[in-house]
Design a protein around this ligand. Structure first.
Ligand code: BGC
Length: 717
């Protein structure tokens, strides 16, 4: 009998339920406090997993209690939200998505895991894979944006990065794909609200990133807090056991979200903790995070015959298997053994700087950027300019609030303090406008004005939905005053937007000379922004969400299905708004560079394609600008005639090319024809013969795409 079966055989019910329980150590919020009763419970073997504890010494001490002082000596799993870095922060995930760079996604996850593992952690509650098409939802900031295919690629890269080749390695973390599933579709973008969408949308839009994470070997999955058409995900046996385990063959651990098992009572499907615990276990949830429902409820549920010992054992087995895969039985202290060397930490900061720059999307540039090195006086105005802590964005892990490089510090580091005067003008979210006058005074001496405005870090992330997506507080008043003054003085204004979502500020975008969407760039924010503004690097980020021009357009996404009455400005009875455009202000994939790129000569390697073929798609790209830059080329498809109406565009690939001025090259993108399968009328995948358009270009604006056609044919007999 192997170790795991032997342990299960020896365990009391209380010890088994301990393995199915995860308790907060409270470190993240209140400091390193493990409640005394939790310490005793670890020794008694009745708490088997912790969250929110980090620091090699503290972790070691807790692990010691479990391994050396509990009867069976089973090590603890210790999890934390290492969402976009641990102490060193990379851009928020939505920003990282904008880099469209799978290698970077994997690399930053690898570095985050290495740093967190050195701090004793074994598990990260990441990647967050919720596709989100509603900018009101604050958690959009944590995920890959609006596109399922992009989300799937990010899922693979992140799982690979966090877990590396071998989970047992001292620098590998168990990844947790979350929040399964369709959390991004909360009603009206309000966090924790109900989700009620079609089964087709669940599977076509929200499931692909999770399927990709499972295929990449993700160690664990976390169900969403939300219900799906009345069945909370924490109790959704059809999707947890039926789909995730049986259909996708996921054999890892399912860990509930924070108190989600207990919340089944408020959802109105469980009368008490006993019933809640039984519902969650029977649905497939292995670990109860923070509700203490399994320890308190499952003994009674077992007596009543609502759950079986076999199911409890199966969950315990999965938890112990994960601990074994993490190498914890062989050496529970393997993580956090060796402090990191200074060069490793310095190299990570360099990566954060590069990643920060790659995440930033240049929405607009009338030609003012990059600024000339000779710029004598750059007035930096706005409440986000000298705001190091805000640069962390939501889910800042263990990062010190003072650690990030602010925009001001980055620019002053590059240009010197005297050349970069600063006034905040207003607070991020306050009513005091007394500082506006001082900010305006800076404009007269300036060669250019950098306006740093947007949200605070706490305005996105969990429990941070917003109904108004403009600038909070009195920032608009500040920005309008600066724009006005700058126009009178004929000074250019560059706006840098900080946010966890697309902000709806068309007035600002129209009037500023250049606009950068910086999201929250992380620890090296200011240096990354300075690198772009001063032209040390060309911007290369592309928006992973369609950028709205009016609140009424939200939810907004490019992958819409055709209408029987496509919008036509000349025909009233067509699909459109009377008072706003139906097109976004910036299409998905939009992002300018310091190059000027022209695409030509789209070639497709085959005209007739069957399911197992791979098509090679090539397009020539020329840089007609005066600076070296990297262009991103997107591949979309459109199946015009199918048994189920297909979206007008579907992302299926992208490629990048870096070109010097005057240089040309070719981008090649491979398309596996089985990616053209879709869910037929019965929701089973089909490959339907017929014409498919291949569309290639710089963003999801159809008018800018080159088009070719291929014919799908049945395989040769
Ligand atoms: C969030 C999760 C997170 C968990 C643990 C919950 O409130 O929804 O995303 O992993 O807390 O911190």
């Amino acid at each position: 009998m192997n170790r795991i079966e032997r342990l299960i055989g020896e365990m009391s019910l209380a010890e088994k339920l301990g393995q199915l329980t995860m308790t907060a150590a409270g470190h993240a919020v209140t400091g390193p406090i493990v409640a005394a009763d939790a310490t005793e419970a670890i020794k008694a073997g009745t708490i088997g997993n912790l969250l929110n504890l980090f620091g090699a010494d503290r972790v070691r001490e807790m692990q010691r209690l479990a391994v050396e002082e509990s009867r069976l000596g089973i090590p603890l799993l210790i999890g934390f939200d290492v969402v976009h870095g641990h102490r060193t922060l990379f851009p928020i995930p939505l920003g990282e998505a904008a880099s469209f760079d799978p290698q970077l996604w994997a690399l930053t996850a690898r570095e985050a895991a290495t740093e967190a593992a050195a701090d004793g952690l074994t598990m990260t509650f990441a990647p967050m894979l919720d596709v989100s098409r509603d900018a009101r939802w604050g958690r959009s900031a944590e995920g890959p944006g609006e596109d399922p295919w992009l989300g799937a690629r990010m899922a693979e890269a992140k799982v690979r990065g966090f877990q590396d080749a071998d989970l047992c390695a001292a620098d590998a973390l168990a990844a947790v794909a979350k929040h399964y599933c369709a959390y991004g579709a909360v009603t009206a973008g309000r966090d924790y609200a109900s989700v009620d969408i079609s089964e087709r949308t669940v599977h076509e839009v929200h499931m692909p990133p999770f399927a990709a994470a499972v295929a990449a070997g993700v160690a664990a999955v976390m169900p969403a807090f939300t219900d799906l058409a009345g069945i909370p995900m924490t109790a959704n046996g059809a999707l947890l056991t039926g789909w995730l385990r049986r259909r996708l063959k996921f054999d890892g651990v399912i860990v509930s979200d924070f108190n989600a098992v207990g919340e089944l009572i408020r959802h109105g499907i469980a009368a008490d903790l006993t019933q809640a615990a039984a519902l969650a276990l029977n649905a497939g949830v292995d670990i109860d995070m923070m509700a203490d429902a399994y320890r308190r409820g499952l003994p009674t549920a077992l007596e009543r015959g609502w759950v079986s010992m076999a199911d409890i054992d199966a969950s315990v087995r999965r938890v112990l298997q994960l601990k074994a895969r993490l190498g914890l039985f062989d050496d529970p202290y393997r993580r956090g053994k060796t402090p990191e060397a200074a060069p490793v930490i310095a190299a990570r900061r360099q990566l954060a700087r590069a990643a920060g720059a790659r995440a930033i999307v240049m929405l607009k540039n009338d030609g003012i950027l990059p600024l000339a090195e000779s710029v004598r006086n750059l007035a930096v105005i706005g409440p986000l300019a000298d705001a190091a802590a805000e640069m962390r964005g939501p889910w800042w892990g263990a990062a010190d609030p003072e650690d990030p490089v602010s925009v001001l510090a980055g620019l002053r580091g590059m240009l010197g303090e005297l050349r970069v005067p600063h006034q905040p003008g207003v607070e991020i979210d306050g009513e005091n406008v007394a500082g506006i006058a001082g900010a305006l005074e800076l404009c007269a001496q300036a060669d250019a004005i950098l306006l740093c405005v947007g949200e605070s870090a706490a305005m996105s992330g969990e429990a941070a939905s917003r109904a108004h997506l403009g600038l909070p507080g009195r920032q608009r008043q500040l920005a309008e005053a600066v724009l006005e003054r700058a126009r009178a003085l004929r000074k250019p204004v560059i706006a840098v937007l900080f946010s966890g979502r697309a902000l709806i500020v068309p007035w600002l975008i129209e009037r500023a000379d250049a606009v950068l969407a910086a999201w929250f760039p992380g620890s090296e924010a200011g240096n990354a922004i300075a690198d772009l503004i001063m032209g040390r690097l060309s911007p290369s980020g592309r928006t992973p969400v369609s950028w709205p021009c009016a609140m009424g357009q939200v939810p907004l996404f490019y992958g819409q299905r055709p209408s029987g009455r496509p919008g036509d400005p000349m025909d009233r009875f067509t699909s459109k708004y009377l008072d706003a455009p139906d097109a976004p202000l910036f299409a998905f994939g939009h992002g300018l560079t310091y190059g000027v790129f022209a695409l030509s000569d789209l070639r497709v390697s085959a005209d007739r394609v069957s399911e197992n073929d791979t098509v090679e798609i090539r397009v020539d790209v020329a840089n007609r600008g005066a600076r070296t830059a990297e262009e991103t080329v997107f591949l979309f498809t459109h199946d015009k005639l199918a048994s189920v109406a297909r979206p007008l565009l579907e992302l299926k690939g992208f490629g990048k090319i870096r070109l010097n001025p005057g240089q040309s090259g070719t981008v090649t993108i491979f398309l596996d024809a089985n990616e053209l399968c879709f869910l037929g009328p019965d929701l089973e995948p089909v490959f339907e013969p017929g014409e498919v358009e291949i569309l290639v270009g710089p963003c999801a604006d159809r008018s800018r795409l080159l088009v070719a056609t291929i014919h799908l044919v049945p395989p040769c007999p």
